[in-house]
Design a protein around this ligand. Structure first.
Ligand code: ZN
Ligand code: ZN
Length: 170
């Protein structure tokens, strides 16, 4: 995994409060170790990075595997690459193969909105919840999700029938 200069610069400088990805339901919560100021501590798993002779490698802040995992969750390019390797651009609904495929969360991420950080469900960002859709199918699915959301809201309102409730006590 190649790191851009931008990544190296963030070591020890970011806090959860200044991290724009945090507090957004589009990203899973980062571990506390991501914001570490300790040289040689992995920002993903939080363990110290060791040299072969058993000493701490204080020049590094990522295990190789950990950095790949991190990229998968927080960089859409890396996420798309992994999904492409699996699906090869084939729409999971209609089977069309396009170069303009779109990445879809089967269970929409908006369901994680307003969920407290320690209760957020990581499965929403996992490969199992990701699918390839062509532009048309994605548009259809998103439209359906929105209309279902409105339908739910309407049903919520219907549940409270004040006239009926009043009638019970008359
Ligand atoms: Zn690690
Ligand atoms: Zn399709």
């Amino acid at each position: 995994m190649k790191w851009s200069k931008r990544h190296k610069k963030t070591f020890g400088k970011k806090t959860r409060e200044t991290d724009a990805t945090q507090g957004s339901f589009r990203y899973p919560p980062k571990p506390d170790s991501y914001y570490t100021k300790i040289e040689g501590q992995c920002r993903w798993c939080g363990k110290m990075i060791m040299n072969e002779d058993g000493t701490i490698n204080s020049r590094r802040n990522w295990h190789e595997d950990c950095s790949e995992e991190y990229m998968f969750y927080y960089h859409s390019g890396a996420t798309r690459q992994k999904v492409y390797e699996r699906d090869l651009g084939k729409c999971n609904y209609c089977g069309d193969i396009t170069t303009r495929w779109e990445l879809d969360h089967i269970n929409p991420l908006s369901e994680q909105k307003n969920v407290p950080r320690d209760k957020m469900d990581w499965s929403y960002w996992s490969m199992e919840n990701l699918q390839t859709l062509c532009y048309k199918c994605h548009k259809k699915k998103s439209g359906k999700e929105i209309s279902e959301k409105f339908k739910l809201k309407r049903e919520d309102k219907k549940k409270v029938n004040w006239k009926k409730i009043k009638g019970l006590f008359e």
